[in-house]
Design a protein around this ligand. Structure first.
Ligand code: S3P
Length: 426
């Protein structure tokens, strides 16, 4: 589905409730499938990535039912069954990488496959530590398909070369069923939803800054209420900051400090963003955000910032085009390993619509106060976040643009357009 976007001549106004967090929704399904008993997951993200996780765990013998699109009942014996077919993770790296840690320690064999984009993404980052634990994972080229022969594993202390929650979680999920203490040390702390939810469900897991350790544990079924996704909220935060006369409230946003890099960066850029009504839901910090159109200043984004806003970088690059002065984003080389190479894709498509941006090996250099020309067809490279970023660029463009294959938004935020429409119609 290709869509046309043209300049928005009025500010965004009103409030929206942001849909559920993708990372937490995946984990809620996975961990309740590993727990004995019945769990209810409320405010589940009904998007294609999380539905891939549901279908994989159904294939592994777990009784999962949708009570409605956003409420799931998960009944499990706590023991997974040998799947009859290959497990299809679709477009979802989180599903494949976390699942590999679970399957490596089962008493059966399995095969993990994914779509064209996922089949190009690096899997050595999980194969290496899991193999150190004694796992038997075969991959021809370091990418999917992965063939896993389930085995009894041994614990390790792993110094991860990258700050990646997917790598950390894969090892922790292997450690959850392994005698002894499994430890992961990260260069910087990545998102810690796995640690929070495993603890909430009874696992023996301890964290201290960027070090986390887990002992073999049983999980208990429980009810989980999923917080809203700050990575989805990011598209509305940026829209309100750059579209003149905007003033919006985004409700129920997950504010886990390992994810709030975008709020810190907006403040660093002197953007008007306010956190309201903070509370804790299922162990996760949640709140509402009020965001207003702002006069922004360029800034530096690097180091420990990066894992706290990695998924927001394409739309932050767009934000930087409207700030005064230059913005330099570095230490973000892992953006090249996402749903597409997000550094090359952003630079290529931004240039098509008249944005001046330099490609760095590990990020971008963006000059500020730019006019976006539009007047072009842009590609999204099977990437939901590229699709939404380019759509928002179109709201500022002088001439109409066409975003090709916009249906990729369904991977994380099928409600993007209705939410945007509700803010522009007031
Ligand atoms: C995710 C972790 C991040 C993020 C991805 C979701 C997760 O990836 O980019 O969208 O749910 O654990 P890395 O951990 O590989 O950086």
């Amino acid at each position: 589905m290709d869509i046309k976007v043209s300049e928005l001549k009025q500010g965004l106004r009103g409030s929206i409730v942001i849909p559920a967090d993708k990372s937490i929704s995946h984990r809620a399904v996975m961990f309740s499938s590993l727990a004995q008993g019945k769990s209810i997951i409320r405010n589940f993200l009904y998007a294609s990535d999380c539905r891939s996780t549901v279908s994989v765990f159904k294939n592994l013998g777990v009784d999962i039912e949708f009570i409605d699109n956003n409420t799931l009942s998960v009944k499990s014996s706590g023991v997974l069954k040998q799947p009859l077919t290959a497990l299809d993770c679709g477009n979802s790296g989180t599903t494949m990488r976390l699942l590999a840690g679970v399957l490596a320690r089962q008493n059966f064999d399995s095969e993990l496959i994914g779509d064209a984009s996922l089949s190009k993404r690096p899997m050595k980052r999980i194969i290496t530590p899991l193999s150190e634990m004694g796992a038997d994972i075969y991959s021809d080229t370091g990418t999917a398909p992965l063939f896993i022969k389930g085995k009894c594993l041994k614990p390790i202390k792993y110094h991860s070369p990258i700050a990646s929650a997917q790598v950390k979680s894969s090892i922790l999920l292997a450690g959850l069923g392994t005698d002894g203490v499994t430890i992961v040390v990260e260069p910087y702390l990545s998102r810690n939803h796995t640690e929070i939810m495993l603890k909430y469900m009874g696992a023996d897991i301890q964290s201290d800054k960027n070090i986390v350790s887990i002992k073999k544990s049983k999980l208990f079924a429980c009810d989980i209420n999923v917080a809203g996704d700050i990575s989805s909220a990011a598209f509305f935060i940026v829209s309100a900051l750059i579209i003149p006369d905007s003033d919006i409230v985004i409700k129920n946003v997950g504010l886990n400090p390992t994810r709030t890099g975008i709020i810190d960066v907006v403040k660093r850029m002197q953007g008007d963003i306010e956190v309201l009504d903070e509370r804790v839901v299922s162990g996760e910090l949640v709140g509402d955000l009020r965001v207003k159109y702002s006069s922004l200043k360029g800034c530096e984004i690097n180091g420990a910032d990066i894992p706290r806003l990695i998924d927001e970088l394409p739309v932050i690059a767009l934000l930087a085009t409207q700030a005064e002065g230059e913005t330099r984003i570095t230490d973000a080389g892992d953006l090249r390993n996402k749903e597409t190479d997000r550094i090359t894709a952003v630079v290529t498509e931004f240039r098509k619509i008249g944005i001046d941006i330099d490609e760095l090996d590990d990020g971008f250099l963006i000059s500020g106060k730019q006019q976006i020309k539009g007047d072009s067809e842009v590609n999204v490279y099977h990437d939901h976040r590229l699709a939404m970023t380019l759509y928002i660029a179109g709201l500022l463009a002088q001439k109409e643009m066409v975003v090709k294959d916009f249906q990729w938004v369904d991977v994380s935020l099928p409600e993007f357009l209705p939410l945007m429409d509700s803010l522009r119609s007031l």
